[in-house]
Write a protein that binds this ligand. Sequence first.
Ligand code: F6R
Length: 237
Amino acid sequence: MKIVKVNNKEELSEKATELFVHALNRLEKPVIGLATGSTPEGMYDKLTEKYQAGDITFKNAITFNLDEYASLAADNPNSYRYYMDEKLFNHVDIQKENTHLPNGLAGDLQQECTTYDERIIEAGSLDFLVLGIGLNGHIGFNEPGTAFDSRTHVVELTESTREVNSRFFDSLDEVPTEALTMGLGTIMEAKEIMLLVQGVKKAEILKKVVHGEVAEEVPASILQRHPNTTIITDIEL
Ligand code: F6R
């Protein structure tokens, strides 16, 4: 794993944008995996600015988001589809039909996961994947204990993840109890991974991810086995 140390959130967003743009420009039809959450917000703003300045285009890009809540419609402001539309897709020239998120309203959620995984493979697997990390080491919604060879699947969210994410909802009760997420096996097939980790509260978990044992109890520790992962962080390791 390559570590890029930055000094603050602004620098993290700049560096992340730089790597993203490199991946976007390098390939004729880039297949890009995307994360939601607070950490990549600055990067999405900068990508939008670069598009508006005429410096980059998304017209040939295909995207697959890591995850989506079960039971939230696309027009629900807490759905990850809504987040992506608001933060990036509505402001750039990406073709909407080339943007993919698992459908949390599908009648058969497990079938939806299987189809999602197949679509990623059909697209040639992810060329570049943006990840954030949860306080318990989750990536996507892969909570501690998730099998390293898991494919896209339905998860029951832990209470801690629901509590952390409840900051975006009116109350904890409104936070869905299930989500659909790329599995750790799916994530590991990405050709290049960029993990963004910001803020001292994530120092303890990041140290485990980088220096600790590779163990299912710390899902992101599997990235030690990935041949092309860069961690961009403002944490001193
Ligand atoms: C979001 C996702 C999650 C977040 C993680 C960190 O699509 O997959 O794993 O990356 O929960 O979230 P923030 O950036 O809000 O701390």
